[in-house]
Design a binder for this molecule. Structure first.
Ligand SMILES: [Zn+2]
Length: 136
């Protein structure tokens, strides 16, 4: 063992010896079943403790039934027509007149929604557009 002689007397860097179990009572052993296995109703957003994973809450909200209902109600009222350029049959997106992030109470208010096509919706995301809205 010539090669290891220089390490003699130096304690190993890893204080836990190989194969040692730190917490045998709580470790996840072979043959154990995860507590949530087969319980999809407890998964992800259905679990009250789920914090949205790595996705911001604003994105999660966009996939709730409530949001979908709101969006459909806005589309229906506007007859699936872009309210800026009057086009139909294009990719539509709902726009919040009062900003989604700043007016949580109005997120699902149909009066706060407007149907836009994808292109017009992009325009609303420019700072200039929001300045115009504030001015009007
Ligand atoms: Zn448009």
């Amino acid at each position: 063992m010539v090669g290891n002689r220089f390490r003699q007397g130096i304690p190993p860097v890893n204080p836990i010896p190989k194969g040692m179990r730190i917490a045998p009572q709580t470790e996840f052993g072979k043959g154990h079943v995860p507590w949530n296995k087969g319980k999809p109703h407890l998964a992800r957003e259905n679990n009250p403790n789920w914090k949205g994973g790595v996705i911001p809450a604003s994105k999660v909200l966009r996939h709730t039934h409530r949001y979908r209902n709101w969006r459909n109600a806005v589309y229906q009222r506007d007859n699936w027509t872009c309210q800026f350029c009057d086009r139909r049959g294009v990719r539509l997106e709902p726009h919040h007149l009062k900003m989604f992030a700043h007016f949580p109470a109005l997120r699902y208010d149909v009066d706060n929604g407007i149907t836009l096509c994808y292109e017009c919706h992009q325009l609303t995301k420019s700072p200039d557009f929001n300045e115009e809205l504030k001015a009007s």
